[in-house]
Design a protein around this ligand. Structure first.
Ligand code: C5P
Length: 314
């Protein structure tokens, strides 16, 4: 009961989250150094905003980066920078896949944004009244690419710009990652590029996930899971670096919060919202501190407002 009113602050972390942190620290799959820095906790919103801007840069893999060289990578990796491709964008929406998107009627409000990012297999068809129709970007994880049998042919993936990310070693070493990706999506990436040469498809650099992770850890009061941030959190950072203003839907859940995992599926699991593998609760606490909107917008609409890296030229 208490959890459903969780204000996402450090005094309200569910016990279950501490169990997950402990478990994943014993595994430490990505070789995150055990000694962690923690900063002054009472940083203002603007200090925290500056820190994210300075430390988390949007980088994608470019032809010629370390092992990504040779004719095939030259041909398949996009030549244009993401920012160059999409141009400066003003108002952007981040639509989480959360169960609380269901029956939200937020669709038309979401579509009014200049750009919309969605995640993994989250559909619009059949759900547009709640989640909108527009898909400008879709951030997917490498696991989906390797396990989804219809990844090449499913029209869901044919709209907008695709970006894929894969959990990589903390070292950010491109060679180590290339040799042993968490899910080997590289062959599928090339196949997809061959089948859909016109669709822009980027690979997120491993530095993004771990630069962001460092900021989350250093601004949390306790140890967090030593695993990469969730797709949703990575997508927030992507939009912060591309847009002036960002509206995030149902990352900090509204009064519609329940244990329903996704708006488009029936399965029930509260860890979808508080995290198990991903440091999701700590991501949400950071986003709460960056929010420029009203708490009632969180409660009524699951809505958070952030400033992007680029300021309006006024
Ligand atoms: O599970 P998946 O990564 O595809 O979901 C997209 C994102 O939506 C997650 O990475 C997470 O940030 C967010 N999410 C959430 N609460 C849920 C389900 C998803 O915050 N119940």
């Amino acid at each position: 009961e208490e959890e459903y009113r969780s204000p996402w602050n450090s005094s309200n972390v569910p016990q279950q989250v501490f169990h997950s942190v402990k478990m994943w620290n014993a595994v430490n799959k990505f070789h995150v150094p055990y000694k962690r820095r923690r900063q002054k906790f009472f940083k203002s919103r603007d200090e925290l905003q500056r820190e994210v801007e300075e430390r988390v840069a949007l980088r994608t893999v470019r032809a010629g980066d370390g092992p990504f060289s040779g004719d095939d990578w030259d041909a398949f990796l996009p030549k244009k920078d993401l920012r160059e491709l999409l141009g400066p964008m003003k108002r952007c929406a981040v639509v989480m896949s959360s169960g609380s998107m269901r029956d939200s009627s937020l669709g038309s409000q979401i579509d009014e944004h200049d750009a919309v990012i969605r995640f993994n297999a989250a559909p619009t068809k059949g759900f547009s009244a709640d989640v909108g129709n527009k898909t400008t970007l879709r951030l997917i994880n490498s696991q989906l690419m390797t396990v989804e049998a219809k990844f090449l042919s499913n029209p869901l993936y044919h709209t907008g710009v695709l970006i894929v990310w894969d959990p990589a070693p903390y070292s950010r070493d491109l060679y180590a990652w290339y040799k042993k990706p968490d899910f080997n999506f590289f062959p599928k990436y090339k196949e997809y590029r061959k089948a859909h040469p016109e669709q822009p498809f980027y690979i997120l650099s491993p530095s993004v996930q771990w630069d962001l992770w460092d900021v989350i850890q250093e601004n949390s009061e306790t140890d967090i899971q030593p695993n990469p941030p969730s797709s949703g959190m990575l997508g927030i950072t992507v939009m912060m670096s591309l847009c002036e203003e960002i509206t995030i839907y149902e990352f900090l859940p509204s009064r519609r919060r329940s244990d329903l995992c996704y708006y488009f599926k029936g399965h029930i699991n509260k860890q979808c919202t508080i995290g198990h593998y991903h440091p999701l609760t700590f991501e949400k606490m950071l986003i709460k501190r960056l929010n420029r909107g009203h708490n009632c917008d969180i409660h009524d609409f699951g809505k958070v407002s952030l400033c992007g890296y680029s300021r309006p030229t006024s």
